[in-house]
Design a protein around this ligand. Structure first.
Ligand SMILES: Nc1ncnc2c1ncn2[C@@H]1O[C@H](COP(=O)(O)OP(=O)(O)OP(=O)(O)O)[C@@H](O)[C@H]1O
Ligand SMILES: [Mg+2]
Length: 282
């Protein structure tokens, strides 16, 4: 049995049921990526896996025991969650926010250790926000803030990381940086990383295990992206006609949306002068 597993979950908010009979196994030491259309229940599943949402029925298992049976500090030592959106306490600095990631490691008497300090500095460095340590979080750009929240989860130094859209707000270079960092945490430190991503091509590049969810909170397919991702599946799940080609850089599936007819260049028409022809006659 993998370290993290969800069995037969019913997930709901008050009256709204998001998923029924939902089961997932997160392979140990994998870089698992979850994709799926808006509102299909990806964040809800991640919250359940992190014990932030109590399933209506079914069970999440962590290291062989029901996650509900652990003390919160015990869960937080094993598993860290980057939520899709969070609000920082007003006026807090970057350094102080990231330091909160150390809470599960602090003991009652010895409050703040050199180890805590080192973990915070390392986490700030990994996401490239070390030089922002003294700035108030409120003053940062969206992308800077996103990397600060990720730092806080990294400072927690858990062997399982659940990241809900870690690349939102980031420019393309920072997206790649964050995904490379996740890949490194998975490959070199043997961590288990679970990330929700919307970019299907990044998902295919980085995932060692892909979980494709569909509307209604069910798993449409899972496994190696190279075998899982087909044009039929993408059209079925996202309603998007597309072609799948090989990523020229990595050989992984590259999803190319079909061009709507209105975006195709019109055939040249004889009765309309081209810009070049008009320039010539003037
Ligand atoms: N706190 C909440 N209270 C009530 N309903 C909620 C709550 N959070 C989410 N929902 C609903 O649950 C469903 C699943 O939401 P969820 O956030 O899990 O989707 P998602 O797959 O993460 O979507 P996105 O790609 O937009 O982030 C949606 O219909 C949403 O409106
Ligand atoms: Mg979400």
């Amino acid at each position: 049995m993998p370290r993290l597993r969800a069995e037969d979950l019913t997930l709901s908010y008050d009256q709204r049921t998001v998923a029924t009979s939902l089961g997932v196994d997160i392979p140990d030491h994998s870089f698992t990526v979850i994709i799926g259309p808006n509102a299909c229940g990806k964040s809800t599943l991640l919250k359940a896996l992190a014990r932030m949402l109590k399933p209506r029925s079914g069970q999440v298992y962590l290291d062989g025991a029901a996650i509900a049976s652990y003390r919160s500090r015990e869960v937080a030592r094993r598993l860290g969650l980057l939520p899709q959106s969070s609000t920082a306490p007003g006026g807090i600095t970057v350094g102080d926010l990231v330091a909160r990631g150390r809470y599960p490691h602090q003991r009652l008497l010895k409050q703040w250790s050199a180890e805590d300090e080192a973990a915070v500095t390392e986490a700030l460095r990994q996401t490239g926000v070390l030089e922002l340590a003294d700035r108030p979080v409120d003053d940062l750009s969206g992308g800077q803030r996103q990397r600060v929240w990720l730092s806080m989860v990294l400072a927690q130094q858990t062997s399982i990381l659940l990241l809900d859209e870690p690349t939102t707000y980031l420019d393309i270079a920072h997206q790649v940086e964050v995904l490379d960092l996740c890949a490194e945490l998975h490959a070199r430190k043997k961590n288990t990383v679970v990330a929700v991503l919307h970019d299907l091509n990044q998902a295919c590049r980085y995932a060692t295990h892909l979980i494709v969810m569909r509307a209604g909170g069910t798993v449409a397919a899972e496994g190696d992206p190279a075998t899982v991702v087909t044009a039929d599946l993408i059209e079925d799940v996202f309603g998007l006609p597309c072609r799948i080609i090989d990523d020229p850089e990595t050989g992984t599936p590259l999803v190319v949306p079909a061009a709507p007819r209105r975006h195709l260049p019109d055939a040249p028409r004889d009765d309309v002068p081209t810009a070049a022809a008009m320039a010539e006659t003037s």
